[in-house]
Design a protein around this ligand. Structure first.
Ligand code: GLC
Length: 428
């Protein structure tokens, strides 16, 4: 009797130990990624392909489109040293902060072991972004740069050309808007990202640089309150309040997806967006399919064209409990074939430089030269560990101006003073 109850006890203890060990052990790799819904669906497809090749199971943790929300979603588990997510994509502007916080696993040993040729990537980006004091901590999956999308059917109908300057964009825009408003009161000539979030810093950087200004001076100091920047910000205000060719919800709601959907609904002539919008505009169910053209963003006469340099880089968490498997996933994603598929199917600008000579890609993406030129004319946001602090100040004042709450000159003076304080606090 005693003997059999002991056996039962041992059996139960064994069962408890067995199940608790099952629950403790992480069963698969976790990969955190966001973006437009079609992009996240595409990742689902890719991880299935990865499983077929490697038998490594990956669980996708879906994130929203907004870059600021994605950052928050990642910072929480990383600060808590959680092992999930093992792998994630980072906006190009977070890499310095994540590396500085010690959250990223250096990839140098893996790269050496698998003889990955870094010469197949853009060295300027690798050196500026991914190579940090902690080692090489990330690799580029795609490079973003701001583009101008336009309705070629409408420009043709009114005999207008693609605007090369901002004033042409206003003139051509007003012409078409006046005509179309007769039937459609919701029509606006130009939609762009103006909500209070990171995307607004990107659009401002483009306007500012193409007006002859920018965020950094020739020696790399942050100079926000110069005249060209004030004029550019005034122009952003005018688009909404003076020319009235951009809708009032530009400053309350317009992020990438809102802008894309507005343009796709047929209610806009011009749109500022990233390369991903091309694939969406031309999908089978898109109302503007085959009616869209793409070019570089306009500029101020005599000044340079400018596209904000964006992009997403892949990294492994320092707290991953399966770094070898995680590396297999990274290797698969940054491979020639995967980045090529991402470019062909989603319209992304490959992070690998060797893909720009790919014949199939040249044929498959008719506007590849536009992408290449925009990339050549791209301007980076400062790569600083405290960039988020600077961005938050800019977002608040820029949005204040385009919403009519602040005056351009005062707003940029205030932003300059606040940013200097952040820089000072950080350098102390
Ligand atoms: C895109 C860019 C990213 C940028 C973001 C702003 O995702 O790739 O770099 O910060 O848009 O919304």
């Amino acid at each position: 009797m005693n003997w059999s109850s002991n056996i039962k006890k041992i059996f139960f203890i064994f069962l408890i130990l067995f199940f608790s060990s099952c629950f403790q052990e992480k069963k698969h790799l976790t990969f955190m990624v966001g973006g437009a819904p079609n992009e996240v669906d595409y990742w689902e497809k890719l991880i299935k392909e990865f499983y077929r090749k490697t038998h490594i199971k990956v669980e996708l943790i879906r994130q929203p489109t907004d870059t600021d929300q994605r950052r928050q979603g990642l910072i929480i588990p990383l600060r808590a040293h959680k092992s999930a997510p093992d792998v994630f994509l980072m906006d190009v502007v977070w890499v310095a902060q994540f590396a500085g916080s010690g959250w990223l696993l250096p990839l140098d040993a893996f790269i050496k072991k698998d003889k990955i040729n870094l010469g197949n990537f853009f060295s300027s980006i690798i050196n500026q972004v991914d190579r940090t004091e902690q080692g090489l901590v990330a690799l580029p999956v795609y490079n973003d740069c701001g583009l101008l999308y336009y309705r070629k059917d409408l420009l043709d109908k009114y005999g207008l050309s693609v605007p090369g300057t901002w004033s042409e964009l206003v003139t051509n825009g007003l012409r078409v808007q006046t005509e179309l408003r007769k039937e459609n009161p919701k029509f606006y000539a130009f939609v762009w990202q103006g909500a209070q979030y990171e995307g607004l810093v990107c659009t401002f950087l483009e306007f500012a640089t193409s007006f002859g200004g920018g965020l950094l001076d020739s020696v790399g100091n942050i100079t926000i309150d110069r005249n060209e920047n004030i004029n550019a910000l005034k122009f952003m205000y005018d688009l909404i309040h003076t020319y009235k060719i951009s809708p009032p919800n530009t400053y309350t709601e317009m992020k990438e997806e809102e802008v894309r959907q507005f343009f796709e609904s047929g209610n806009a002539l011009f749109e500022r967006n990233w390369p991903y919008a091309w694939g969406m505009h031309n999908r089978l169910s898109s109302p503007v399919k085959d009616k869209v053209g793409v070019s570089q963003l306009p500029k101020y006469p005599g000044k340079r064209r400018a596209s904000a340099l964006g992009g997403w880089h892949i990294a492994i968490s320092k707290y991953s409990d399966c770094p070898d498997k995680a590396w297999e996933l990274v290797k698969f994603i940054i491979s020639y074939n995967t980045e090529k598929a991402l470019a062909l199917d989603l319209g992304w600008n490959p992070g690998r430089s060797d893909l720009y000579d790919d014949e199939e890609l040249k044929k498959g993406i008719a506007h590849i030269t536009v992408l290449k030129r925009a990339f050549e004319n791209s301007v980076a946001r400062p790569t600083l560990p405290y960039y988020t602090g600077i961005s938050e100040i800019l977002q608040r004042h820029l949005n204040g101006v385009i919403a009519g709450r602040e005056k351009p000159e005062q707003a940029l003076h205030d932003a300059q003073a606040e940013v200097e304080l952040v820089v000072k606090n950080y350098s102390e």
